[in-house]
Structure formats: structure tokens, C-alpha cells
Design a protein around this ligand. Structure first.
Ligand SMILES: Nc1nc2c(ncn2[C@@H]2O[C@H](COP(=O)(O)OP(=O)(O)OP(=O)(O)O)[C@@H](O)[C@H]2O)c(=O)[nH]1
Ligand SMILES: [Mg+2]
Length: 141
């Protein structure tokens, strides 16, 4: 782990262990965010794909669990102990927030039906992984 990433996380969480789920539609910018946080620069990415044979192997080895690929990591579904909105709520392409036709925060929260979620806190931060803007603010929250 890079010094930047380590310093940022120790300033945010101290010695407390934290699990962070990076969840997003295909091509949303998840890997770019992780590289930006780890290396402090924009890195060219290739699409992450879930090879079918991995799913079959995991299901064979651990038949009691359901598995999902949250792109860059394998996650046991039982570890996702909150229910998430189905990605198909957001229909079509949602442009990155730095592009001219991007939705504003209010429109994004409506599309994700966030105001209906009464049992948890949520917030939206406009961010740009390419320029590195808004990422720290979101994590700090
Ligand atoms: N304009 C803009 N483009 C971005 C931003 N973040 C990522 N991209 C671009 O979006 C494309 C997809 O980025 P990735 O980081 O590979 O997306 P991903 O969510 O990891 O994609 P999968 O792993 O395939 O689901 C790349 O061409 C990035 O350069 C951003 O904040 N603004
Ligand atoms: Mg990726």
C-alpha cells in the first residue's frame, strides 16, 4: 500500500479496522478511483470482468454461500449485510460528474431513490477520479 493511501486512512480511521465497499456500474470509474487513491495519479484501466469459471469454482467449493464479483474483488454475498438497490434502477448511461451532461447531486439521489432509505445515512459527493477531486471529501464523510 502506498504511503499516501496509508497516511490518508490512518488519519481517517486511526487504528480502527474499516471495510469499504466500492460498488458501481460497469465502467463507472471504480478502478480509476482505487489507483488514484493508491498512487495519486490517473492510470489507464482495462474493464474488469468476472470470468464465469471463477463463479463455478467458488460455488463448488463453498456451496452454502452466494458470491458476487464486485469487480476488483470477490465478495461473499453474506458480507454485504445491507440490501442495495438494484443497479437497474439507474437506466442508461450516467456520465461522470466532470462531464457537461452529468446529472447533479439531486438528480442522482432521486435516480437511486436515496430519499426512501430511512434506516441509514447517505451523502453524495461530486468527484472526479481523473483529476482526483472530491474523493478524499467522500471518504472523510
Ligand atoms: N471523465 C471521467 N472519466 C473517468 C473518471 N473516472 C474514470 N473515468 C474513465 O472511465 C473509464 C472506466 O474507468 P474504470 O476505472 O476502468 O471503471 P470501472 O468501474 O473499474 O470499470 P469495470 O471494472 O469494467 O466495471 C476509463 O476510461 C476511465 O479513464 C472520471 O472521474 N471522469
Ligand atoms: Mg475496474
Amino acid at each position: 500500500m502506498s504511503i499516501l493511501f496509508t497516511q490518508m486512512f490512518s488519519s481517517l480511521f486511526g487504528s480502527r479496522e474499516a471495510r469499504i465497499l466500492v460498488l458501481g456500474l460497469d465502467n463507472a470509474g471504480k478502478t480509476t478511483i482505487l489507483y488514484r487513491l493508491q498512487m495519486g495519479e490517473a492510470v489507464s484501466t482495462i474493464p474488469s470482468r468476472w470470468p464465469d469459471q471463477y463463479q463455478a469454482i467458488l460455488e463448488m467449493l463453498f456451496p452454502k454461500y452466494s458470491w458476487v464479483m464486485v469487480r476488483d474483488w470477490f465478495v461473499r454475498l453474506a458480507d454485504l449485510n445491507r440490501s442495495f438497490h438494484s443497479p437497474d434502477i439507474v437506466k442508461g448511461e450516467v456520465p461522470s460528474s466532470d462531464l457537461p451532461d452529468a446529472l447533479d447531486a439531486a438528480a442522482v439521489s432521486e435516480a437511486l431513490e436515496l430519499p426512501k432509505m430511512k434506516n441509514c445515512q447517505w451523502a453524495i459527493f461530486k468527484s472526479c477520479a481523473v483529476k482526483g477531486e472530491g474523493l478524499f471529501e467522500g471518504l472523510e464523510w
